[in-house]
Each structure stands twice: as C-alpha cells, then as structure tokens.
Design a protein around this ligand. Structure first.
Ligand code: HPA
Length: 243
C-alpha cells in the first residue's frame, strides 16, 4: 500500500480516515496515529510528520518510528511532502519541485536502525525511487516544466531556525537548489527498510539572502494555506498514476 508522510497543513485537508492505527515501535512512538484514507482512487496510509497539532519540530521528529510504523502497517511505497525555501533563483513561492538528490547538513539525528554491534552499509546513490519520481513528474502541472521543478538538490538543515544568508550561499555552491529540514534521515531510513521513497516539495519562501530583507516567517504559513488545496489535488493525480 502507498503511504504518505505529510507536513502539517496537508493532513488537515485529507478526507476523514476509514481506520486509525495507534502504533508503538521498538524505536518509540510515531509522530501521530497512522490513518487510512481514500485518496486518488484508492486507500493510502497517511502520517503527519510533525504530530497532530504540528508541534514536533523537525529535529525532534522520531523519523525511525515513523518509517517503521508505516512499513509494519503494510506500506510498500512512501511519498513524502515537505515545504522548502528556494535557493535556485528561478524558483517562485508556490512552485512544486520533485527533488532527485539530497545533501544532509543535519547533526545528532538517529540515522539508522542498526545498533553499534553491526555495520549495515547500503546504497543511497539515488535517494529517491525512480518509479515513484516518474509518477510525481507525470502529474506535475504544465507550468512546472522547468528542469528546476523536475529535479532538485534538497539541502537538509537541522532547524528549527532558518539559515543565515552565508549558509545558503554555501549550500548553493555545493549544488543545492532548495532547503528544508525533514527529508533526512527519513529517506535513508526508508531505504534501509527497503521501502521505495520519493518526495514533492512546495516552495514557501525564497531561502535566506536570495531576496533582499529577512524571511517573513508568518507569510510562509499563509503561502502554505493558499497552496494546500492544489497540492492535495496534485497528490491525488500522482497517486492515481501510481496505482
Ligand atoms: N529553510 C529551511 N527549512 C524551510 C525553509 C527554509 O528557508 N522554508 C521552509 N522550510
């Protein structure tokens, strides 16, 4: 079954669940109960990453429990949604991006299911699953045809603060085109459990220093609110294509 790991706003526009699962895992409790909902012509599991009230900051999310619980409940594929800042100057607020690469700048997060007694190397050359990305790309509206929408390098920062302008300059030099706080270790944990994973990102602000002045944080919530209906319709189409 397909599973969604969503940001806070999306969860509020999904249909009422047909089932709710309260799960614990060997790694602790997931961010919220997992819901089964009807979306895009089929049933999907859905988990809100920051908890029901949206109060779990990115660096405190129990990514291990989230991915584990979804797999245990039958998730065979995971689609993630995340809001991001645009580093690439051509990205506009409200744009959707289907990233193809990640650079992880976080620290201190639980990165693996394996304890200190065993080494578990696994490949992460391409962190996102090709078939899932294909579905996401085919569903993208025509105005998102530019390469910077159809691919992107996602810089994962620790948060909860946003970045300095110099940090964003550095990430741009590293090749990053968008910045957020959540896709790692989520993507790596999904790979470790061999669950195909891909993400779609909603640009809610120009990253620090990309435009003159400070980032208007309350405005990012307004942008998200405005875009959320469109994101839901987009996901429905993507899920239909993926069923
Ligand atoms: N930086 C980090 N995370 C974010 C941003 C940003 O500019 N916008 C939305 N999530």
């Amino acid at each position: 079954m397909l599973a969604l790991i969503t940001g806070t706003a999306l969860q509020t526009v999904l249909p009422a669940p047909s089932a709710v699962y309260y799960r614990n895992t060997p790694f602790g409790a997931p961010s919220a109960p997992v819901r089964k909902v009807e979306l895009g012509g089929g049933e999907v599991l859905s988990l809100t990453r920051h908890g029901l009230g949206g109060s779990i900051a990115a660096h405190l999310v129990n990514y291990r429990a989230n991915v584990w619980a979804l797999k245990e409940l039958g998730a065979t594929r995971i689609l993630a949604t995340a809001t991001v800042g645009g580093i690439d100057r051509s990205l506009r607020v409200g744009d959707l991006v289907v990233p193809n690469q990640i650079i992880d700048y976080t620290s201190g997060r639980e990165q693996t299911y394996v304890g200190s007694t065993r080494i578990n190397h696994f490949d992460l050359t391409s962190p996102f699953d090709a078939m899932l990305r294909d579905g996401l790309l085919r569903a993208l509206p025509g105005d998102f045809e530019a390469p910077q929408h159809r691919s992107g390098v996602y810089a994962v920062t620790q948060g909860p603060r946003f970045e300095t302008a110099a940090e964003i300059d550095r990430y741009r030099k590293d090749g990053c085109t968008l910045v957020g706080m959540t896709l790692m270790p989520e993507a790596a944990l999904a790979r470790e459990l061999e669950v195909p994973y891909a993400a779609v990102c909603l640009v809610v602000n120009p990253a620090a220093g990309v435009e003159a002045g400070d980032i208007d944080i309350p405005e990012t919530a307004v942008v998200t609110e405005k875009a959320i209906g469109g994101l839901k319709r987009y996901l429905e189409l993507a899920i239909e294509l993926l069923h």
